[in-house]
Write a protein that binds this ligand. Structure first.
Ligand SMILES: [Zn+2]
Length: 451
């Protein structure tokens, strides 16, 4: 497992790698982004990097203190970000909004995957000398919050105390390419059996206060491997309010050896006090072209279907992979396309059969209705902007037939009927009746074609 597995999140990955490389991390991170974007994957890789014991640039033990993380180990020169020692650590246009001495303020600085420059003061993302001023990186070395340096971790390590820095004359101080994938820690992590990594996941769509208390009990136990323990709370937006309040105590009074990683689809369901105590790592959808290229290299599906998968997923890698890998999805898509074709034929005798289809697939009705809307959107694209990007690229011929038969106004009206139906379903209307009325209304539009 390594950062190369993460697709299209260069700014975020660069920033996290710098934090590992420079040996400073904060005590809590929140990975934010839509479902399937790769939050858990990235958080796990970062966790493995935090626990990795690779040492690329050993330095003499008598220099191995926290201040060394401000020095480039390859040249012994100070990092550029340290040259203005009394200046603001976030010297961009928004510098006044950050308070270096305030851990809560500093932690809330987001790492933005697509717009790091604007979020972090106008720096060019990925530059080694003027990159985003990440909390915990060399640029933020004046930050004195509850971060944990690698050198500090080394002094906490049971291994280090017995046979580590003092006896070998070297200590791990940044520079290593972590996770290395080869050290004993990485191997244990990859086997899913690392004693200093705890992965908490929701049970029945909820994370209870008991799970947080388990975490707190575990934090109190000394690390086993390298002086650091990492906790990953997946879908932390599913924590109950009680669980969040319990976790808040740990975030407010962090334990030196613990790093808490959390993932969430959005921060809206989290307490502001929890949000403000985490460094936010924001993942955004990747470009459709990049995703298409990735899928083409990895899968043998037809180019048309690959293009559809990339467009349909809106740049969310996990969703695109599922579209390509899941044969059920492909089969269900074909069923929905047959349904759409049947609806647009305007045959009144098919209404009963199509109603039954919706009844049989009630659990995914919104997914089906959204797919029909996307199909209608493609018809409008073909009619109004023939060079525009289709989502159902591989079904262009069938879309073209539908485009010939209907006006744009007609298709827009069908979309409005479907949107109204979705609203009715959300208000707990009679399901079968609602779907039947929707099909009757669309049938009327299709046969009259006066819009
Ligand atoms: Zn390693």
């Amino acid at each position: 497992m390594g950062f190369s597995q993460v697709l299209g999140q260069a700014a975020v990955v660069d920033n996290l790698k710098k934090q590992l490389e420079h040996g400073k991390v904060v005590h809590a991170y929140l990975f934010l982004g839509p479902k399937g974007i790769g939050k858990t994957l990235l958080a796990k890789i970062f966790a493995q990097g935090l626990l990795c014991s690779a040492t690329a640039h050993p330095v003499p033990t008598d220099c191995a203190d926290a201040s060394l993380s401000q020095v480039d180990p390859t040249t012994n020169a100070p990092f550029p970000g340290n040259q203005v020692s009394n200046g603001p650590i976030f010297p961009g246009p928004n510098a006044e909004t950050f308070s270096p001495g305030d851990p809560a303020s500093a932690h809330s600085v987001p790492i933005d995957s697509a717009d790091a420059s604007s979020e972090l003061g106008g720096y060019a993302a990925g530059s080694a000398t003027s990159g985003p001023a990440a909390v915990g990186s060399s640029e933020g070395s004046s930050y004195d919050g509850p971060g944990l340096t690698d050198s500090a971790a080394a002094t906490l390590s049971p291994e280090g105390s017995s046979s580590g820095a003092a006896s070998t004359g070297a200590a791990a101080v940044g520079g290593a390419d972590r996770p290395c994938g080869r050290c004993s820690s990485c191997l244990r992590f990859s086997s899913g059996n690392h004693p200093d990594f705890l992965h908490i996941q929701p049970v029945k769509n909820s994370i209870s206060i008991d799970a947080v208390r388990d975490l707190q009990r575990d934090i109190a136990v000394k690390p086993f491997h390298r002086g650091r323990k990492v906790y990953l709370i997946d879908d932390c937006h599913l924590m109950t309010v009680q669980a969040q309040n319990a976790l808040l105590k740990t975030l407010e009074e962090p334990v030196g050896h613990a790093v808490i990683l959390m993932t969430a689809d959005s921060g809206s369901q989290l307490l502001p006090t929890v949000l403000s105590r985490c460094q936010q790592v924001i993942l955004k959808p990747v470009s459709i072209n990049l995703l298409e290229e990735y899928l083409q290299k990895k899968y043998k599906a037809s180019p048309g279907y690959i293009s559809f998968a990339a467009a349909y997923s809106h740049g969310i890698v996990g969703k695109a992979v599922e579209v390509v890998e899941n044969e059920n999805f492909q089969q269900q898509r074909e069923e929905i396309i047959r349904l759409i074709h049947s609806i647009l034929q305007g045959d009144s005798t098919s209404i009963i059969k199509n109603t039954e289809f919706f009844v049989e697939n009630e659990d995914r009705v919104f997914e089906i209705l959204d797919f029909i809307i996307l199909w209608m959107r493609d018809i409008i694209m073909l009619k109004e902007w023939p060079q525009g990007a289709l989502i159902n690229v591989d079904k262009r011929n069938m879309l073209a037939k539908h485009a010939i038969n209907f006006t744009t106004g007609c298709i827009k009206y069908i979309i409005s009927i479907i949107e109204e139906t979705k609203q009715l379903l959300l208000s707990n209307s009679n399901y079968r009746l609602t779907m039947e009325v929707m099909l009757l209304r669309i049938q009327e539009v299709v046969t009259c074609r006066q819009w």
